[in-house]
Design a protein around this ligand. Structure first.
Ligand SMILES: Nc1nc2c(ncn2[C@@H]2O[C@H](COP(=O)(O)OP(=O)(O)OP(=O)(O)O)[C@@H](O)[C@H]2O)c(=O)[nH]1
Ligand SMILES: [Mg+2]
Length: 323
């Protein structure tokens, strides 16, 4: 029964039906078992879309830029899927509402699918949910899938790893910005954008970022590029799209090899972690061991990490601490 529901949904996704895409993404968002079935069924049909990640500090102009990119790509006859990760901070909630209004007219365009996903946690985590949503959009036949996420923490880095091309959007005058890119986004960024180039200190920001990128020694491969945009007018979007295209060509030339393999490796590791944990927890619950162990942790007899180690050792039938 369940499987038939998933099969039906998948059929419609492959036909590009937006309602079914939306439904599948809801399953991904909730981390429901259906999500896994759907991904398994569509996986062989994925891999055609160019997946672009747009990240950077809150308020740097990502959504405004995404909207302009979408419009330009539509003019070029491309179909696009957008997944925007809702900002965690309630302060940015207003900005997101703005996104919806800005993009409203695009919602009647069959060539564009826009969806926001909440940061509330689900069993598999938001990075997994995003990955699944991207899979659905890719399989549905969209030429380009854009993932927008704010911030520069580890969770954003995990989310954005789904992208083949990562665009980091910065804006001049944000003091924390350089700190933010140091915190991990810098390594994964392929293209850096100084948005709000209409502001006075845009050139200074450009030079600062350039200096930083030169410091981060590049060992062959893709040379990170910086470009300026004014997202509110759309200025610089054409050039940015060219850079994005060049990055895609670069990936194709090198056989998409290394990065994709790395991404797939971490995906497999994540899947293993989740499955192993699920399996062990179910076993422990069944035997009533989970409760016992939690009580011991509560009584400070053992810490959670050592407890986990002892469970694994028991499982592997090896004494604690042996390699
Ligand atoms: N002056 C100027 N303002 C801009 C530009 N691009 C965006 N803005 C403004 O900056 C504000 C934030 O823009 P958003 O596109 O919502 O920024 P964001 O990065 O998506 O924000 P979050 O999703 O909350 O992280 C809005 O008021 C935009 O109108 C630009 O090029 N120049
Ligand atoms: Mg935004």
């Amino acid at each position: 029964m369940e499987l038939r529901y998933a099969q039906q949904l998948v059929e419609e996704i492959l036909q590009g039906k937006h309602r079914s895409i939306a439904r599948a993404i809801s399953h991904a968002e909730n981390g429901s078992p259906e999500a896994q079935e759907i991904v398994s069924l569509i996986y062989s049909r994925t891999g055609k879309a160019h997946i672009i990640g747009i990240t950077g500090p809150g308020g740097s102009g990502k959504s405004t830029l995404v909207e302009k990119l979408v419009r330009e790509l539509r003019r070029r006859g491309k179909t696009i899927g957008v997944v925007a990760i809702d900002p965690t901070s309630p302060f940015s909630g207003g900005a997101f509402l703005g996104d919806r209004i800005r993009m409203q007219d695009l919602s009647t365009d069959q060539g564009v699918f826009i969806r926001s996903m909440a940061t509330r946690s689900n069993p598999g985590g938001l990075a997994k949910a995003t990955k699944d949503a991207v899979c659905v959009l890719d399989a549905s036949g969209k030429d380009i899938v854009i993932v927008e996420t704010a911030g520069a923490g580890q969770s954003e880095v995990d989310i954005i790893k789904v992208a083949q091309t990562v665009v980091v959007v910065l804006a001049p005058g944000l003091g924390d910005e350089i700190q933010a890119i140091k915190a991990g986004i810098m390594e994964i960024g392929d293209i850096f954008v100084v948005n709000k180039a209409d502001r006075d200190n845009a050139d200074k920001a450009l030079i600062d970022i350039q200096t930083m990128l030169e410091l981060g020694s590049e060992t062959g491969g893709w040379k990170k590029v910086i470009t300026k945009t004014i997202a509110i007018t759309g200025e610089g979007t054409q050039l940015l799209l060219e850079k994005i295209g060049e990055h895609r060509e670069y990936l194709e030339k090198r056989n998409t090899g290394k990065k994709q393999k790395e991404n797939l490796e971490s995906e497999l590791i994540e899947a293993l972690k989740q499955k192993i944990a699920e399996h062990i927890v179910a076993e422990m619950r069944r035997k009533g061991e989970l409760d016992k162990l939690v009580s011991r942790i509560l009584a400070k007899e053992i810490d959670p990490f050592t407890a986990a180690e002892s469970v694994i050792s028991e499982l592997l039938k090896k004494p604690v601490g042996s390699k």
